[in-house]
Design a protein around this ligand. Sequence first.
Ligand code: GLU
Length: 540
Amino acid sequence: MAITRFAPSPTGYLHIGGARTALFDLIWAKNTGGKYLLRIEDTDQSRNSPTAPKQVMDDLKWLGIVWDEGPEKEGAVGPYFQSQRLHIYKEYIQKLLDMGKAYYCFDTAEELEAMRKEAANSKKNFIYPRPKVFPTLADVENAKSQGKDVVVRFCMPEDEIIVEDIVRGQVHFNAKEISDFIILKSDGFPTYHLACVVDDELMGITHVIRGQEHLMNTPGHVAMQKAFGFKTPVYAHLSVIISEGGGKMSKREQGKVLKAAIKKAQGLEKEKLAEIGKISVAELNDFLAGDSMPDTPSIDAMAAYLKVELPEINIIDFVKSGFLPETLVNFIALLGYSAPLDKEILTLQEIIDSFDPTRFNKTNCLFDRKKLLAFNTEHIKMLSEEQLLARYKDYLKVVNSPALKADDSLLKRVLKASHGARTLAEVDHKSRFLFVEADKIEYDQKDVEKVLLKNGEGLAMLALLKERLTSLSSITEESIENLLRGIAEEKQIGLGKVAQPLRVAICGTTISLPIFESIDMLGIECTIRRMERAINKFSN
Ligand code: GLU
């Protein structure tokens, strides 16, 4: 039976890597009839964001990753925010000090920097020089009175440390090459390392699943567990997720795309853009020079202003792009893991039931966006009409779509007409024309040129269609179809030559729902008014 925990540091939104860890925590626990805890690791005062815990929890809930114990679900081993457990860490740090397995240090930043430089110059790893005699409490008081920072370091043992990892097998670490690391910071907070080890023990965690970037931390954790006499949990360090660009999937990718768009934009006022992103012009310049990265809301606001689509990284990005939670769960469960099933489109329950911890892959895994779209198309098809409607309405709320005002029966029709859509965003975009006023339609300049203006044929077709539609006695999807097909036959042209001008006139673009149904849903009067507007607008 596995007791697992997802332990995010609340520094921002939940990203795809974090979501995968959280998912395997859930899968492992549920597959073994165990328990899944959520613990917020908020001991880094400089990096914490006050809104992050809620964002992370909202994203987990959206994905359907429900924890058994944690914030909002108090259990026996809480509190689940590390910032509320400082008294516990203090006690455990004292134990190490008493055992002589940790010691106080008072180095200044400059002194540490000099030691690091020296190590770098002689091409060695920085190993903190452990004093022969540990400072006493009197020394601590003395250092404090001189205004020095006081920290506590853990004594790394000298013997080899072997980490048994489910994904990578045995990993050997030469402990001599690992420096005594800080466990209590000068602000009185423990470091992640100490808090994590203490909490994993006190919370009864049996399986630690986390990203590969933590593998280097694990020998230190194992050494501390030994020092305390704790049990070592089973470790699984999941492989790195690589984006199609080749690098590790991270926010930086979004930065790259945005930077390119800013550089390409003509006549762009930096002051205006900085204001939109709620940053200073200096910060914007730093970002453009590659020195820094604004936070997610800034990046998103600037991208929206420039109308550039950023590659999705955080869960909320995928929500806004119209992916289903079922899709993401299915997709991220297959990042660095292959399920022992002969199909890839899987429900969470199927993944849980078939879970086999020997099937993690060591090698980096590619985040294949085309595959993700294909998965989403399939999962959309798998939902019942009512389920899809519910998901779609949730989506419309997130993006504040004008389609929110539509009633359920119209939305169901839209969804039906969008069969085969890859995302809910696609459904929304293709059907927005139904829910915006005629004067708010944004005409795609290229489509207007190509379909309406070229040789004047499109506009002439519109005029003819308007006349025929006006005199059509019964308006049904069928009669509209017959009319359009009749004209195509009469003129000996393809249906596209008839339908596309109409499409551009009522939707503003050539990409929309099937045309006959579009007209029927929009209503004939509205259709004719839009045709008139388009004829007037583009005739000059
Ligand atoms: N707080 C750590 C992080 O967000 C968790 C690492 C762990 O699971 O031990 O990366």
